[in-house]
Design a protein around this ligand. Structure first.
Ligand code: ZN
Length: 125
């Protein structure tokens, strides 16, 4: 299992998680400012190098590739701002929207993060 530290990019955490999990066919789980990626099969290993390149790809796709370093240390991947500028979710921005989680694959919406995580697994079977 890999842990991705998103504290400098909380604004794009959800999109990033979905993109990376999709690229790697891994099961994502959100934990505060981090998310983890687990292999579908217990015997499989989630490849850190593959995760790093998927994260870089995503950052490049939103023109942020030059602003963040993606560093992997053992089972931890850190996304760190190079410029000091971070992509932080605005806590004052629409509270109600922050309390909803929606599936980027089919649009399923739930109030509960854990329910969405469980739901998302059906797309990775
Ligand atoms: Zn779905």
């Amino acid at each position: 299992m890999l842990t991705v530290d998103c504290r400098d990019v909380t604004l794009i955490k959800n999109e990033l998680l979905v993109y990376v999990a999709d690229q790697m066919a891994a099961i994502p789980t959100i934990k505060h400012d981090q998310f983890t990626l687990s292999a579908l099969d217990d015997d499989d290993v989630v490849d850190a190098a593959e995760a790093v390149s998927a994260i870089r790809e995503y950052l490049n796709s939103i023109d942020q590739g030059g602003n963040f370093a993606v560093v992997s240390i053992n089972d931890m991947i850190e996304i760190r701002s190079i410029t000091g500028k971070i992509l932080e979710a605005d806590p004052s921005a629409s509270e109600s929207q922050n309390n909803l989680y929606s599936c980027s694959h089919c649009g399923f919406v739930t109030q509960y993060e854990v329910e969405l995580t469980t739901h998302m697994r059906i797309h990775y079977l």
